[in-house]
Design a protein around this ligand. Sequence first.
Ligand code: ATP
Ligand code: MG
Length: 395
Amino acid sequence: MSEKRTILIRYDEIGLKGRNRKYFEKILLKNIRRSLPKDKGIEYRVPRGRILVDLPESAVEECTEHLKLIPGIASFSVGVSVEPDFDGMAALGVQWIEPLLTSRGKLKFCVRTRRSAKTFPHTSPEINFEVGSRIMTQLCPKGLVVNIKESEFTLEIEIGSKETIVFDNRHPGLCGLPVGSSGNVLCLLSGGIDSPVAAYLMACRGCRVHFVFFDNQPFLGRGGYEKVLKLAKSINRYQGRAKLFVVPFQDIQVAIRDKCREENRVVLYRRMMYRIADAIANEFEMPGLVTGESLGQVASQTLENLAAVTCVTSMNILRPLIAMNKEGIIRHAKEIETYEISIEPQPDCCSVFMPASPVTRGKIPILENDEERIALKELQEEALKNMETINVDYL
Ligand code: ATP
Ligand code: MG
């Protein structure tokens, strides 16, 4: 059998974007090229509405692992170029399906053909029938059934003028939009469970997500920083490179602790974080801030408190987790493999000087009155001046 393989990549929502389709397609192709190895003789083709990747058989496993992590791909299938005869096509189908039958009982399957070379002497339904019945002859006794509507294994055949390719069952992709198609955003990344999930969700909406971490070592030591760096690298598996801004936050926390009302501390910390994030996002042209806030999760995330932090900036505030419960967020975090990093021990920066009973309905005039007691502008400028910028790679 040929050593050459072809991976057929189907896009998610890109196909629906009318005249913008070319733009999204170009970005997705660039992202795919960037993720797949450069030295394996891989070639790309973009016939209408899909992407085809030609590669040696030896590179298939590595490439499929990469393709599973690229936002914007709906699904993909690995195909083998064959002689256009029914026996050969059916033999491949048997080879792929048979191992799935042993343990499962019944398996629903169908054959789907696309024929762009109209010179081939059979119609698509005829090809489906000829190949499908050959497979059934061999595998029906082992539990294979034909079911077009609810197929669990679809053998796809593409008959072109130059070659015939038979594709294995589809691998699901991440769906969403290709990273870069929606622009840049800045995610407030804390080291907890929530914010990495928020960053991932925005990457799947086509954003390149950069990160800002408010670091309060000496109180926490270097631990917080290392953990956030690890999280950023882990999220970058889905988007490639991004920047991580590390902002020293201890002076601000001390000032708020010493000068402001105790119950307002958490909301006041958050207002400072939003102001500083706003300044960074403006400088680097990132028209959106992303947070892992979820309504009602903790005292600082009531509607009133969220409003009291939102109003310090005119930026888009993107809160993809706002309506999710903790269980759902944890499930997501496990799926995207950030959970294990997030639960490594590290005290939350806001919990260092956590008030005994934090305010649940922060009043803006009272918060402003608190802020008049600290050197807000100077503290903010000092933090920005001492900020560290790191170009983060992926894990
Ligand atoms: P957890 O899983 O513990 O809830 P979290 O990251 O959601 O973690 P919260 O205290 O709920 O932590 O904070 C709400 C949001 O505020 C975070 O999701 C994050 O976007 C932002 N945030 C909080 N602390 C920091 C920090 N030290 N640096 C950057 N962003 C932070
Ligand atoms: Mg949270």
